[in-house]
Design a protein around this ligand. Structure first.
Ligand SMILES: *Cc1c(COP(=O)(O)O)cnc(C)c1O
Length: 394
């Protein structure tokens, strides 16, 4: 058996392969250069152009571009008027922002555990967490797999609460042929560099509800009403701030990049699916390496490729596994520390171990492997070789 790099053996790769990486081409560069040479740097025609193209791609009627995925979540929570005393049901296996956005508006995130096979929010646990104070369910398409939106929509409707989709992992995904972006009252996306397409930083909300769309537009611009007739009647300097909003605008420069990137989305999703297929095939033959399950009818966007490393149903020494893979040149990561275990939530609302046992157990065994469209077949092969090498001797 070859000696592991962590024990002084020869690594599979000499340079580290990151878990995610953006892809920028000359078209992107010239789109940004054109924006820089134009009259518009902040809100200009490219924002509208990007929003239109994005809305069409995700089959949403209204897209609102904002400065980050976190701002998109905040705008969504504002749009459905969450405030003090309101509860929003969220999963614990997600980035902290999915819960933080509720707190921004004074509400309380209520953690509902995930399903063991997919790590998506568990519909039965959601139902158990509904109280008279519940105002919304915020589902997360973890790793890029759409949640059970038919089930979630039914529970939301039966209980008279809103359904928000955090699809920051799932741009380009679909659910029984319907695009993610059209399945919830509001869907949020991120344009961070590690996500499917990037604007450097950025985010988008999509909705089919014109009123919610309008509320999010106002929110991203300080809560200022944009009633042009009123401005005309009262003088062009006139405007009214009707809500407390923020400066969450996306610039024209960023929109130029995002619009150029969007053209590649379908090809990039196809490449991600190819890589996932290679991984699935290889790991089917490696005992103790268990990829997450994809349910039927879900068009997976594969933002992350997550494996659970288990032996006899128990997790292995994940710290050593993680370090051993890094030493082999494989930039693995862990997504995520369950949000309810963070000190902020423990002290704010008394959460802690035992609240979401499935998420807590999964956290001990999960690893995210490199997954991005610019990976070569050789990169994919290196990951498989390193995982086989390390798991057989840890
Ligand atoms: C990336 C991400 C966010 C936040 O997006 P930013 O653009 O980084 O603010 C929120 N939720 C999830 C699930 C994410 O992956």
């Amino acid at each position: 058996m070859p000696k592991l790099a962590i024990d002084g053996g020869k690594p599979v790769r000499d340079t580290i392969l990151p878990y995610g990486h953006q892809l920028i081409d000359e078209d992107d560069v010239s789109a940004v250069a054109q924006a820089l040479r134009s009259d518009w740097l902040t809100t200009g025609p490219r924002v509208d152009e990007f929003e239109e193209a994005f809305a069409e791609r995700v089959q949403g009627q209204h897209a609102v571009a904002v400065s980050s995925g976190t701002a998109a979540l905040h705008a969504a929570i504002f749009a459905i008027a969450i405030g003090p005393g309101d509860e929003v049901i969220v999963p614990p296996i997600t980035f902290a922002a999915s819960a933080n956005c509720v707190v921004y508006q004074g509400g309380t995130p209520v953690f509902a555990d995930v399903e063991p096979d997919t790590l998506l929010i568990d519909l039965n646990r959601v139902q158990e967490k509904i109280t008279p104070r519940t105002r919304a369910i915020l589902a997360v398409d973890y790793a890029g797999q759409p949640c059970d939106y038919d089930g979630l929509a039914t529970v939301a409707k039966d209980n008279g609460v809103a359904l928000i989709a955090d699809a920051c992992h799932a741009l380009g995904a679909d659910y029984h042929g319907r695009a993610v972006g059209s399945l919830a009252d509001i869907t949020t996306f991120s344009l961070h560099a590690v996500k499917h397409i990037t604007a450097g930083e950025g985010g988008v909300c999509s909705t089919n509800d014109e009123r919610l769309g309008e509320r999010m537009r106002i929110f991203r611009n300080h809560g200022i009403m944009q009633d042009f007739r009123q401005r005309e009647a009262l003088g062009s300097w006139f405007y009214e701030m009707t809500e407390l909003g923020f400066n969450y605008r996306l610039t024209d420069i960023q929109s130029a990049l995002a619009l150029s990137q969007l053209k590649h989305l379908d090809d990039w999703i196809a490449r991600r699916r190819e890589i996932a297929h290679e991984y699935d095939r290889a790991f089917a033959a490696i005992a103790g390496v268990n990829p997450l399950v994809t349910q039927s009818g879900r068009g997976h966007a594969h933002h992350l490729y997550v494996i659970r490393v288990e032996r006899d149903g128990l997790g292995v020494d994940r710290r050593r596994l993680f370090e051993a893979l890094r030493c082999e040149g494989i930039g693995v990561n862990v997504h995520y520390i369950p949000v309810h275990l963070h000190p902020f939530y423990r002290s704010r609302q008394g959460t802690g171990p035992g609240l979401c046992p499935v998420a807590e157990a999964a956290y001990e065994t999960i690893l995210s492997l490199p997954m991005f469209p610019a990976m070569t077949d050789r990169d994919v092969g290196d990951v498989i070789t390193a995982v086989a090498k390390v798991t057989s001797s840890i």
